[in-house]
Design a protein around this ligand. Structure first.
Ligand SMILES: [Zn+2]
Length: 638
């Protein structure tokens, strides 16, 4: 995912390869017979277990699931069956434990002695975080089970939109969002990133609609309401994805394209025209893209995230369509997940930085390769500011180290800027110390070595020690690494991005605030990033007259660039600049992306605008995703 704004559970704090090359072998192998002691101890098995699953995956492990589901927009349900293959890691194991969330199970069978036979199962109590424990008895010799079930109309991982909530207004729309732990609301699974499985699916929809999944599909393009999919590379459950609706397709090259509702299809293809170049830059650094096609779908505005890296089919928010490719770092981010996250996956959400920090780092390297150092530095400078804020606002210091604490209350808590920008700045620190000539091949080798595996932070550190640090022991100290990975706060070895472009913006802003002419600021060539820097650094005591002057000259309240509008509204609310409220009302009705709306509602509440915000929310809420509704409900409940 990108730029999830995580609402820390305990309060209101808002943070929000085939590389054929072998990893380099140590030039100085340890003396024969002497086992070199590892610097970081590996986790005890019980500490490496994902606490957010009921699954007994160290005893019996799911290897494949075949879904056969009918999509009903009238009922808002998926009904059918899941056939699940598994292997017994413990030959004595007599039960298979799966995760389920709000599923109605009607029957469970096991395939035993060449026949399907009914088998016993129990469904545990519904836990608000984990859902329910589904325990299935396994007859001797059984290697698969078949579960007949239906989803709930309130399944938290699925959003059902009425025709009125789409741009076309003619057909309904449904899409999934399963990261970090909502795949269990769509199918009974071992819903943990520690387990990888292949999948296939047969999906029936109303005939006018198209179904897509994060898998290979029949490419006929026929709309017949009958679709089949196959993902033959093992993926964690949170990368299952489904979308059903009325949308078109536009090819960008022979294996990259974009799906979107008609109103935004051409604009999307134009906005994302550099995606092939991004793939090339990524592959040049870290080895080839391994997933076949790379398509994107631009979802309706209620999609709560910037993007979701579902394999072969990234989901994207329409707020990226700025008209000038200025926000396409999100595409670079989702594409980069094809290496970090989808290929090499965090084994538990305590290790989320392995997904998001690596991806933010790769994203920034790709942006630099395509658009130059200046843009990459500006993006890092903006990230550093949000990272500092996330650390300052964190409820618990333990949530500001890369390795999340053992008592993490909810996986969402791991999706803050600490994992994203913090992870990126840690890798930037290593890059600077070891040098790109050494560090780039190391990362490439890392993706190759752990391809299609789920690993922990400790696995990374052991690999880092054996394949990089041992050869260059003076580049970093253990204390420096520990400060990043295990200790709270921002380490003093963090790189400070120096942006000349931002310095020029600051100089012009200072001249104006010192009595100069506002119209004298040369904004014509400013990029989105320079605008964001200008707005974010406006002094907190700026006068309402100055707000009026800025808005009059630059129409910031009505900016169609969602990032710029958001930054401006945050300042305007804090200053009590009332003319921004009507455009903000329209923004909150139009945009459902959590990164923007959670912080806007929070700021309105904090600035004595609760009544106004509640009135807007009452109108906007039905259009928001269930995930967004839950989070904003919590803001108003305080
Ligand atoms: Zn991400």
């Amino acid at each position: 995912m990108i730029y999830r704004v995580a609402l820390l559970f305990s309060g209101l704090t808002i943070l929000l390869a085939a590389c054929s090359r072998e990893p380099e072998v140590s030039a100085t192998p340890p003396e024969e017979g002497v086992e070199k002691e590892a610097t970081w101890t590996m986790l005890a098995p019980e500490d490496a277990i994902d606490p957010f699953t009921y699954a007994n995956y160290n005893e019996v492990r799911v290897t494949n699931v075949d879904l056969d589901l009918k999509v009903s927009f009238d009922e808002k349900t998926l009904t059918g069956a899941a056939e699940i293959d598994f292997e017994r890691l413990n030959p004595e194991a007599a039960i298979l434990v799966l995760d389920a969330n709000d599923l109605a199970i009607s029957n469970v069978e096991a395939f035993s002695n060449s026949d399907w036979v009914e088998t016993a199962y129990t469904m545990g109590e519904d836990d608000p975080v984990l859902g329910s424990r589904l325990e299935i008895s396994l007859p001797n010799g059984a290697k698969k089970v078949r579960i007949a079930y239906g989803t709930s109309p309130d399944a938290e991982g699925l959003q059902w939109l009425s025709p009125e909530q789409t741009a076309g207004k003619t057909h309904p729309f449904m899409f999934s969002q399963f990261q970090p732990m909502l795949a269990r609301s769509m199918a009974p699974l071992q819903d943990t990133p520690a387990v990888r499985m292949t999948y296939s699916a047969h999906i029936k929809t109303p005939p006018a609609l198209i179904a897509l999944m994060s898998a290979r599909q029949d490419q006929s393009g026929n709309r017949d309401g009958d679709y089949t999919f196959k993902m033959s590379q093992p993926i964690p459950s949170y990368l299952l994805a489904i979308v059903v609706g009325d949308f078109g397709f536009k090819a960008i090259n022979d294996h990259i394209g974009v799906y979107a509702e008609d109103y935004i299809l051409s604009a999307s293809a134009a906005e994302f025209a550099d995606t092939p170049a991004m793939e090339e830059a990524n592959a040049a650094l870290y080895g080839p893209y391994r997933w076949g096609r790379y398509d994107m779908i631009v979802l309706p505005p209620s999609f709560p995230f910037g993007g979701m890296e579902n394999p072969r089919l990234s989901f994207l928010t329409p707020t990226l369509i700025a008209g000038d490719k200025s926000l396409t770092n999100v595409v670079a981010h989702e594409l980069a997940h094809s290496w970090s996250g989808n290929l090499v996956t965090n084994a538990t959400w305590r290790d989320a930085w392995l997904n998001e920090g690596f991806t933010s780092y790769v994203e920034n390297r790709v942006m630099e390769a395509l658009y130059g150092e200046s843009r990459a530095v500006m993006e890092r400078a903006l990230d550093l500011e949000t990272l500092k804020r996330a650390i300052a606002e964190a409820d618990r210091p333990e949530l500001t180290a890369l390795k999340m604490p053992a008592d993490l209350a909810h996986p969402d808590d791991a999706f803050s800027q600490v994992s994203y920008a913090g992870g990126m700045f840690f890798l930037k620190f290593l890059e600077e110390r070891f040098g790109r000539e050494v560090f780039d091949p190391f990362i490439k080798g890392y993706f190759d070595h752990f391809a299609f595996q789920s690993i922990t932070t400790e696995d990374f550190l052991a690999y880092f020690e054996d394949n990089l640090w041992t050869d260059h022991p003076d580049a970093v100290t253990k204390a420096e690494i520990d400060a990043w990975v295990f200790e709270p706060g921002l380490p003093d070895t963090v790189q400070n991005p120096q942006s000349d472009a931002f310095d020029k913006v600051t100089a012009q802003q200072s001249a104006w605030l010192g009595g100069g002419d506002l119209a004298g600021i040369e904004t014509a060539a400013w990029t989105t990033h320079e605008w964001l820097h200008f707005i974010n650094t406006l002094p907190s005591d700026l006068s309402l007259d100055d707000f009026t002057a800025l808005d009059g000259l630059f129409s910031l309240s009505t900016s169609q660039n969602a990032e710029i509008a958001f930054a401006w509204y945050m300042k305007a609310i804090a200053a009590g600049y009332e003319p921004a409220l009507d455009p903000l009302d329209a923004f909150l009705m139009r945009v459902g992306r959590g990164k923007f709306i959670y912080r806007l509602y929070q700021r309105l509440v904090d600035q004595d605008k609760r009544e106004w915000a509640e009135a807007v929310y009452e109108r906007a809420r039905p259009g928001y995703h269930p995930i967004a509704q839950r989070r904003i409900d919590a803001i108003f409940a305080e």
